[in-house]
Design a protein around this ligand. Structure first.
Ligand code: GAP
Length: 505
């Protein structure tokens, strides 16, 4: 674990040092849980967004995209349930004046018990060496069993309290577990209260309650309220989908783990409208399709798993998370939810407008059912970056950090480097660069020795370096060096574009 924490810290500082992600407002000491995408981060993010859009919209004749406003009519958030139920249970420590999410305090406590189990296993593994059978040990060791039982009991009680909104018992649990404030070290807690996660602001010049509007906490509602517009103007036949990417805002109290949980983030969502009774078939379809998308990027299968929800939100009849093995463990990357006809029915009720679809095949009108796929773009960037970050010791004893970002989404596809700054090489390199620029994000670099320039490109994940050398001036070929294998091959100048295009598709 310590090793993973160390790796994660290194990734965060690499992301800053090499121009992927900066803390927001850094010269003013930063703004918690907000980050800025730097010159390479913004390219990576755009490439992931484009890859998603291509696969969801361009490759599906029955899915179209929209871009709705961040501000929407405030009643939308009453209809969606966000005004009443989009809450986190918060508790304050009276001494430090720090506020915490009650469930996170309890989860952190469980993580400490979990760490004890891990230690026990480590100790036994050392003691018994080769003969150690971890599975058997975990099943039989009394201390491990006792700690596992404790975690299960605590989680069960916490989940029950959250489900029935028993905040008094949730506080009792914190007291019984003798959880202390990490800052003051005391157990001087307030009562637990529910805090809404939506940011609000005022429209117009009069600041009264009636003018309160919200910054959207998800992009999905912009799709639901445009269902009829899109269906009619696009003459869409069910089943069909509407996709959207864009910013969402949540006043997350526990914001940590870098860009994993932010207050301002971007979602890529698709709502798939289908006939009642067919939603489970589409739920299964989208589960497979979305996992296929992740793997088609070149991400390793072993870093993914599904986590089916046992407890479902009141409007859902099936839900699963696609979890990714981040450096801090398996965590939700994407959600796939079968949301029934809940959202459209609620908007029908609250707006007083009929939101129905006439199905000529069935010869009936109904409120369509919805299967949603929802992925956080920033989380996907983090998944790609954590997967890509590699420290390597080379044969000559030197070290390199290489970002093994899948070539098709790498921020910069090709770097053009003159071997030396003379003999016409820079001019030739710039000529090649000008030919490649309309096709790919490129870089030109003539500073320092060639080895250092390769390292700089490795650190930002550029899959190909094109080097112009003395031979180029004679036979119009260049050396193309591949990032991961560092293998080099000679390629005619007129074939570079096709070569790079083929390998970064
Ligand atoms: N429309 C459904 C919805 O919003 P969600 O599970 O709350 O569902 C979907 O969010 C995805 O959005 C998550 O799987 C995650 O990738 C991303 N996400 C949610 N909250 C986030 C946050 N505070 N920071 C970054 N990404 C977040």
């Amino acid at each position: 674990m310590a090793n993973h924490e160390e790796q994660f810290k290194k990734l965060v500082s690499h992301a800053k040092e090499y121009g992927f992600i900066f803390p927001s407002s850094e010269i003013y000491d930063g703004l918690a849980a907000v980050y800025d995408y730097a010159q390479y981060g913004v390219e990576l993010k755009k490439n992931i967004r484009d890859y998603w859009w291509k696969s969801m919209v361009q490759m599906h004749e029955n899915i179209v995209g929209i871009d709705s406003g961040i501000f929407m009519h405030p009643t939308i958030w009453k209809a969606s349930g966000h005004v009443d139920a989009f809450n986190d249970p918060m508790i304050d420590n009276k001494d430090s004046k720090k506020r915490y999410r009650a469930d996170v305090l309890i989860e952190d406590h469980c993580a400490k018990i979990e760490a004890k189990i891990e230690k026990e296993i480590e100790k036994a593994a050392k003691k018994y060496g080769e003969a150690f059978d971890k599975e058997e040990f975990v099943k039989t060791n009394p201390r491990v069993l006792e700690n596992a039982r404790k975690i299960q009991e605590i989680s069960h009680r916490m989940n029950h309290d959250l489900e029935v909104n028993d905040l008094a018992d949730l506080k009792r649990l914190i007291e019984e577990l003798e959880i202390v404030c990490p800052v003051s070290g005391t157990r001087n807690w307030t009562e637990i209260r529910q805090f809404n996660l939506m940011f609000s602001t005022k429209v117009g010049s009069v600041s009264d309650e009636a003018n309160t509007i919200y910054l959207r906490p998800e992009t999905a509602q912009g799709i639901f309220v445009n269902f009829l517009n899109v269906q009619k103007t696009g003459r869409m036949k069910i089943p069909f989908g509407i996709a959207q990417t864009g910013k969402a805002f949540r006043n997350e109290i526990v914001a940590r783990q870098f860009i994993f949980r932010m207050r301002e983030f971007e979602q890529m969502e698709m709502q798939f409208f289908c006939a009642p009774g067919t939603e489970m078939q589409w739920f299964e379809y989208w589960k497979k399709e979305r996992m296929r998308w992740h793997l088609s990027l070149g991400m390793p299968e072993s870093a993914y798993r599904f986590h089916d929800h046992e407890k479902l939100a009141h409007y859902a009849n099936a839900a699963t998370d696609i979890e990714f093995d981040f450096m801090f463990g398996f965590k939700e990357l994407e959600g796939i939810h079968s949301r029934t006809d809940y959202d459209l029915s609620r908007h029908q009720e609250f707006s007083g407008k009929k939101i129905q679809y006439f199905d000529s095949d069935r010869d009936e009108s109904y409120v369509p059912y919805v299967v949603e796929t929802s992925i956080g773009l920033d989380r996907m960037c983090l998944a790609v970056l954590s997967q890509a970050y590699t420290e390597e010791r080379l044969e000559d004893g030197s070290e390199r950090v290489v970002m093994r970002i899948p070539a098709k989404i790498a921020p910069c596809k090709v770097a053009v480097l003159p071997l030396v700054k003379k003999d016409g090489m820079p001019e030739k390199a710039r000529e090649i660069l000008r030919d490649l620029q309309p096709l790919f994000m490129c870089q030109y670099d003539e500073k320092d020795a060639i080895g250092r320039r390769y390292r700089r490109q490795d650190a930002i994940g550029t899959p190909f370096c094109v080097t112009v050398d003395t031979d180029t001036m004679n036979d119009d070929t260049v050396t193309v060096r591949e990032r991961d294998t560092m293998r080099q091959e000679r390629v005619p100048v007129k074939e570079i574009a096709a070569y790079v295009a083929e390998k970064t598709r």
